[in-house]
Design a protein around this ligand. Structure first.
Ligand code: NAG
Ligand code: NAG
Ligand code: NAG
Ligand code: NAG
Ligand code: NAG
Ligand code: NAG
Length: 505
């Protein structure tokens, strides 16, 4: 009986699925035409965990695996919400999404339509627009999926590109793509500690670098510069890896996985901030990493903001490394807050404009006095033996992230973090240099300070993130404009540089 009734329920469902599939196959011919629609029905709210539904818009039938597919995709995204987006999938893995920066939460259904006016948009079928291409009135005739590169393109009657997914911010660089610089990949962090942080991978004319962005501040944690005198103009990913080319198309720098690995399918900026290249494992039909730019301790947020990444790859509290406070660098450093030295520790974060030719003392005292400074890294000059001790490079940080043990045995690094003095010493005197029993407090204190900072941000982070990213992109666009002008100038001049050795990192 139970089986029969089950079957009775299953059959109509199968039929429905079959009809859906037929509909989709009918739609997924060569291009998605004007007036075309693709709809995903959403379950009644609240959205159930694990819910996912897809309507194929365009696919590469009969193309060898893994193939690209464009689809409208709805999925449960926590808190009983269903989000919906236009996506490009490669072998089932999302390589582009219209909601990379901003989520769309429709009520009952999610519909992609290419209007007669040439606007490609996602709506809830009741007037709410979740995403649009901004191409109304530009003579768009069809939506086209490039089967080789996965680029989603809106074409006009002359086959000119009016919009392409390539230009939208995302976290992925696909094989076969060649992009003019600057190129930016963006990925949100998944870490709970500082949720308004996001990562960016930025390919510019003078360097490529990965950044952790936090409010108005950002720090790089991975950089690759071309050899002197070479300017990069475009980036290209092929099966061998990522190559940076100059205006003549000559390779200036490249990042390649070890040889003997299958061809790279795509490069992605992970939500841990790592740069990873993936290849397709045909036997198991899934993507595997063939290259990771950074190890665990080289990532900025592998450990929390009050921990050090040890040489064994473990996260340990600051207190295990703390030198006995108060700081040796004198009275000023313990005014309102104590600067505590962490032995044998440095940070993977780099500031864009460190102070040069300062003493250790100046470096630490300036951080202690500055409310927005929470950590300082002092790097002694290598050069002059006598001068070295006195003059070095000083970086100040708002974020105490990325602390790691010094692994190269160098004694040039001196990393200091701030602890509030009141909580630190209780009612002990600041100048009580010989106090012996103060080893225990730093960890606790740092946690509370940092949580205060981060807690305040968490409250509004959902909003802040979108605003930040918007601001950030406005800035990038300005920058991009400037770079374009520079590139145009250089195109006029024509550099005569011959090919130099490729950089591999
Ligand atoms: C546009 O491209 C398609 C396919 O590549 C081709 O069949 C068509 O003739 C082209 N149209 C124009 C106006 O170039
Ligand atoms: C850079 O270019 C300038 C002039 O184009 C040349 O004088 C200089 O030697 C070059 N430097 C390097 C490191 O190639
Ligand atoms: C990638 O491009 C480089 C330079 O053009 C070439 O030497 C290499 O063979 C290409 N790799 C693949 C897998 O096509
Ligand atoms: C205390 O700070 C003052 C002013 O910054 C400085 O002149 C003095 O030398 C410091 N004292 C010690 C013991 O470091
Ligand atoms: C560094 O500063 C000292 C004094 O503050 C000065 O004598 C020296 O010339 C400076 N060195 C450089 C390289 O600027
Ligand atoms: C305080 O530190 C922030 C961030 O490091 C810096 O931008 C600012 O200029 C500093 N303020 C002063 C007065 O040094």
């Amino acid at each position: 009986m139970a089986m029969a009734s089950n079957r009775a329920r299953v059959l109509p469902m199968l039929l429905a699925v079959a009809v859906l599939l037929l509909e989709q196959i009918a739609l997924s011919s060569a291009d998605f035409p004007l007036g075309g629609q693709a709809t995903v029905q959403l379950p009644p709210a609240p959205c159930q965990p694990g819910f996912a539904a897809r309507a194929v818009v365009l696919d590469a039938h009969g193309h060898r695996q893994p193939a690209f597919v464009a689809a409208v995709s709805a999925a449960e995204a926590g808190a009983g919400r269903c989000t919906c987006s236009l996506v490009v999938l490669l072998g089932g893995v999302k390589v582009w999404a219209s909601d990379h920066l901003e989520k769309f939460v429709p009520a009952a259904l999610c519909r992609l339509e290419l209007t007669e006016g040439g606007q490609l948009r996602l709506t809830d079928g009741a007037g709410k627009v979740g995403w649009l291409s901004g191409t109304a009135g530009q003579g768009v005739k069809a939506l086209h999926l490039d089967r080789k590169t996965g680029n989603l393109v809106l074409l006009d009657a002359q086959n000119c590109t009016r919009w392409q997914s390539l230009d939208d911010p995302t976290d992925t660089f696909l094989r076969g793509q060649q992009r003019r610089l600057p190129v930016y990949l963006i990925a949100p962090t998944t870490t709970k500690v500082v949720s308004s942080v996001f990562y960016s991978f930025e390919l510019d004319g003078d360097k490529i670098a990965a950044y952790v962005n936090f409010g108005e501040t950002r720090y790089s944690y991975w950089e690759l510069a071309p050899p002197a005198n070479r300017t990069m103009a475009s980036a290209r990913l092929n099966g061998s890896g990522l190559r940076m080319l100059d205006l003549q198309g000559v390779t200036v720098a490249q990042i390649t996985p070890p040889v003997k690995k299958p061809p790279v399918s795509f490069l992605a900026l992970g939500d841990d901030g790592n740069l990873v290249m993936y290849y397709y494992d045909t036997q198991h039909q899934k993507f595997r990493a063939s290259y990771r730019a950074l190890g665990f301790c080289e990532l900025p947020l592998s450990c929390s903001v009050h921990e050090v990444c040890s040489s064994a790859g473990k996260c340990k509290d600051f207190s295990e490394y703390a030198d006995r406070p108060p700081a040796r660098s004198g009275n000023a450093s313990c005014d309102k807050a104590c600067m505590v030295h962490l032995r044998g520790v440095t940070t993977v974060l780099r500031t864009s404009s460190p102070l040069t030719n300062v003493t250790l003392r100046e470096c630490v005292v300036q951080c202690a006095r500055n409310l927005s400074c929470n950590a300082a890294l002092y790097v002694k000059d290598d050069a002059g033996v006598v001068a070295a001790a006195e003059h070095g490079v000083c970086s100040h940080y708002t974020l105490t992230a990325g602390a790691r043990e010094v692994t190269d045995g160098s004694r040039r690094y001196s990393y200091w973090v701030k602890f509030p003095a009141a909580a630190a010493g209780g009612d002990e005197d600041d100048d009580d240099d010989e106090d012996e029993d103060d080893d225990s407090f730093p960890g606790k204190l740092s946690t509370s300070t940092i949580l205060m900072i981060c807690g305040a941000i968490d409250v509004v982070c959902a909003l802040v993130f979108v605003v930040l990213v918007a601001l950030y992109f406005r800035r990038l666009r300005k920058l991009a404009g400037a770079v374009d002008r520079v590139v145009e100038l250089q195109e006029g001049e024509t550099e005569g540089a011959g090919e130099q050795n490729d950089t591999r990192q």
